[in-house]
Design a protein around this ligand. Sequence first.
Ligand SMILES: Cc1cc2nc3c(=O)[nH]c(=O)nc-3n(C[C@H](O)[C@H](O)[C@H](O)COP(=O)(O)OP(=O)(O)OC[C@H]3O[C@@H](n4cnc5c(N)ncnc54)[C@H](O)[C@@H]3O)c2cc1C
Length: 305
Amino acid sequence: MTYDCAIIGGGPAGLNAALVLGRCRRHVVLFDNDDARNHVVRESHGFLTRDGICPSELRRLAHEELAAYPSVELHQDKVTAVKRLTETHYEVTTASALSFRCTKILLATGLKDEQPNVPGIERFYGTSLFSCPYCDGWEVRDKPLAVIADKNVAKLAKEVFTWSRDLIVFTNGEGRLELDERELLESYGIQVVEDIISGLEGRDGQLERVRLEDGTLIDRSFGFVTPLWSHGDHFAESLGCELNEYGGIKTDEYGRTNVWNVYAAGDTANIVPAQLIVAAGSGSAAAIGINGDLTNEFFGKPLPK
Ligand SMILES: Cc1cc2nc3c(=O)[nH]c(=O)nc-3n(C[C@H](O)[C@H](O)[C@H](O)COP(=O)(O)OP(=O)(O)OC[C@H]3O[C@@H](n4cnc5c(N)ncnc54)[C@H](O)[C@@H]3O)c2cc1C
């Protein structure tokens, strides 16, 4: 069988694309290896009607809804290779050594986070340290916050100030903060600490103190960090997809990449703003693009050169 579309990645982007394509009666196969970057959090926020939902519960509900669409298949499997067979056919191979043929590919594989170089940061990431104030700022409003950042320091600090005036910025010896930016932050009562952080203290995921190299302990209970984002795979590169200025896969508003028949949605394309609802929305738009292109092809519109 040749599927209309293979979706790689079953986060909100891939799942919403599957929903829309299933409702278009398209034959869809979706692969997911359950390793989303938000798996560290217990609650996610800002998705209307689902504010505070656990990410795994959001997926469970999505799977339940998709079960109503018989032309959508979900596979708990990792895609290891995507090969172009002809101008209109691709082959997707999985870690279980299964192969699937399809006409269109939707890349919805999300991103991978690499944390700043602070010992023990992973013990707190997702419980008291977060990356996005729009996702978790409300929950930590008015708390003693840390911004731990080695890039875009001033921008993140100014944003976080929206939620708490009790804010200390840690550049961890590496961050670049121009003098005028530092002075601006300090003029608003934001302390800037440029020393290297030697560790974070706290228990059960709850941050209590930031420890500097000289032994100084600074009380902080929550904070925001700036991870480095990367694609966890080489599909975009191997398929010849161009990247946008943020490093995401470049697409038009319907998820079309520069490679005919290859689409992208969610964080892997947009990078910022990274939100569940934005990812789900872009999955929906890509599905509409895919169905529109399949329809045009069916009615004989010539393929672009
Ligand atoms: C700590 C943290 C907290 C966050 N909190 C919030 C929040 O409160 N509210 C909010 O709106 N957003 C939040 N976000 C952002 C949100 O999680 C992302 O924007 C959203 O999950 C992106 O959806 P996606 O479908 O693009 O990618 P993802 O959700 O990352 O899903 C991608 C999926 O693709 C799968 N995959 C990748 N490669 C393969 C492969 N080769 N084969 C098969 N499957 C593959 C992965 O396992 C994963 O399941 C948070 C992010 C982080 C890191």
